[in-house]
Design a protein around this ligand. Structure first.
Ligand code: NI
Ligand code: MN
Length: 228
């Protein structure tokens, strides 16, 4: 039983499981680094971390084409349902979890902001902790460093996916501190090199992770995958 996790550039991910495909924050058609277009991806579930355009841009089109269920905080789930005719939503909130065919999905804290593109209040931003076939993958999504990551790490994380872009989220230095708090086996950087303001040297960051943590850094190019 393998679970394949593919970086679609920026904060976008595809997770192919034995029991369905999950997309996280699909931002594809207008992303300078996405390896695929929104019309070409499959999904059974679409997880949405918060309301910013670089996370919600292609959600409704993909959900309405595929019938995928959109899982998001209540305010965002309601917005997709009311404003974009998305039929299937899971509306949840921070700290809440749900068991789905692929495994377990828990919504975790994130320190960021969350206004939807039309100005609608998007509730609180979130991250996600997924348990799939006994493996745990944590997506911090857009967030600052926060000390409660230590508690999230108590779950025993196999892979942590962390933003390193700086400016809008934590940058490389804080992301190393996040690895120390989360204590994952492997760590993967995201939310960088999409545009000049968030350009980072991921190789240099991986060297810091090697020096200052026990985790194994895994740096991907958009379109590349790893097995969970
Ligand atoms: Ni954001
Ligand atoms: Mn973002």
């Amino acid at each position: 039983m393998t679970t394949t996790v593919t970086w679609l550039g920026h904060g976008s991910w595809s997770i192919k499981t034995e029991n369905g495909t999950i997309l996280l924050d699909p931002f594809l058609d207008d992303s300078p680094t996405a390896p695929v277009k929104a019309a070409d991806v499959e999904a059974d579930y679409i997880l949405v971390s918060h309301g910013h355009f670089d996370h919600v841009a292609d959600v409704a089109a993909i959900a309405n084409r595929t019938g995928a269920t959109v899982a998001a905080v209540v305010e965002i789930g309601q917005w997709f349902q009311d404003q974009h005719g998305v039929e299937n939503t899971i509306q949840m909130n921070l700290g809440g979890g749900i068991t789905l065919p692929f495994g377990h999905l828990k919504m975790t804290l994130a320190h960021h902001s969350s206004q939807l593109p039309d100005g609608t209040y998007g509730g609180n931003p979130a991250g996600f902790l997924l348990t799939i076939e006994g493996k745990k993958i944590y997506f911090a999504c857009d967030t600052a460093l926060f000390l409660d990551m230590q508690q999230i790490g108590d779950a025993g994380i196999d892979v942590a996916v962390l933003p390193i872009g700086d400016l809008f989220t934590m940058g490389p230095t804080d992301a190393v501190k996040a690895v120390q708090l989360l204590r994952p086996i492997r760590v993967v950087p995201a939310h960088y090199n999409t545009w000049p303001p968030i350009e980072q040297d991921a190789g240099q960051w991986a060297t810091l992770v090697h020096q200052e943590t026990e985790a194994e850094p895994l740096v991907l190019e958009p379109g590349e995958s790893f097995e969970l």
